[in-house]
Design a protein around this ligand. Structure first.
Ligand SMILES: Nc1ncnc2c1ncn2[C@@H]1O[C@H](COP(=O)(O)OP(=O)(O)O)[C@@H](O)[C@H]1O
Ligand SMILES: [Mg+2]
Length: 224
């Protein structure tokens, strides 16, 4: 199954293989786990991502997921979520197309194409990483997503991109929109704790004391 944005009429299954793009595709080095490529054509710059397993299951099958219906395929779900978030005015990359293919009956593999955000860098690599303003902006942006009900289950530093002072969130695999309710505080806190651990790991270029201050700025901007 293939879903595509109406702006991209000619998408085909080939588009999801880096081989098809040849030299136009280069692996993403910064911040990914592999399985992602930048693709530069005459008209657009895109990011191609294959859904890969981590850990133990990777040995068994790196790409295969148990097929439980196209409506539940990870790529198609992320595509739809990106569209919804974009329509609500949240800073996310535009989704181009998503692909899911069933094989051997029981399995499927999946991939997604999104527009590349021009000049974007992962948060830990931003030249403004030492500036209070940037941390406050991250806090405000995370808050906007939370207000919309978005539970980002992998909110780490590398899934926050900075482009000309603008902050974007990416990588919505397995994320979902949650309704308001009593469990709200729990998942929001879990998102922030996840980010906090990632900051400790990925922002070591900043001395610990300073990092602590910057984190506090992020949290107070989030609260406001
Ligand atoms: N829309 C985008 N614009 C610019 N860079 C991107 C975009 N999407 C992903 N990247 C880059 O690719 C990396 C990996 O992409 P991501 O979607 O987080 O996949 P994964 O973490 O599963 O490898 C990101 O950390 C970022 O550096
Ligand atoms: Mg990521």
């Amino acid at each position: 199954m293939l879903l595509a944005d109406p702006d991209y009429q000619n998408v085909s299954a080939n588009w999801f293989t880096p081989q098809y793009w040849g030299e136009k595709a280069t692996p993403v080095t910064a911040g990914g786990r592999g399985g992602a490529w930048f693709v530069k054509t005459e008209t657009t710059e895109m990011v191609l991502r294959h859904y890969l397993r981590g850990g133990m299951m990777a040995r068994f099958s790196e790409r295969g997921y148990v097929f439980t219906g196209f409506h539940r395929a990870r790529s198609l779900a992320e595509f739809r979520l990106l569209q919804t978030l974009g329509q609500r005015g949240l800073p996310v990359p535009k989704a181009i197309a998503a692909y899911a293919a069933r094989y051997h009956g029981l399995w499927y593999e999946a991939a997604i194409l999104v527009e590349r955000i021009p000049a974007a860098e992962p948060f830990p690599e931003s030249p403004e990483l030492d500036l209070v303003d940037l941390w406050q902006e991250v806090g405000r942006v995370v808050r906007r997503f939370h207000n919309a009900g978005l539970d980002h289950v992998d909110l780490n530093c590398d899934n926050i991109l900075v482009a000309q002072g603008q902050v974007y969130l990416i990588d919505f695999d397995r994320c979902r929109l949650r309704a308001e309710g009593p469990s709200e505080a729990t998942w929001k806190r879990a998102n922030l704790n996840r980010l906090r651990r990632s900051v400790e790991k990925r922002c070591q270029s900043i001395p610990e004391k300073r990092r602590e201050q910057l984190w506090k700025h992020l949290v107070s901007a989030y609260r406001w």
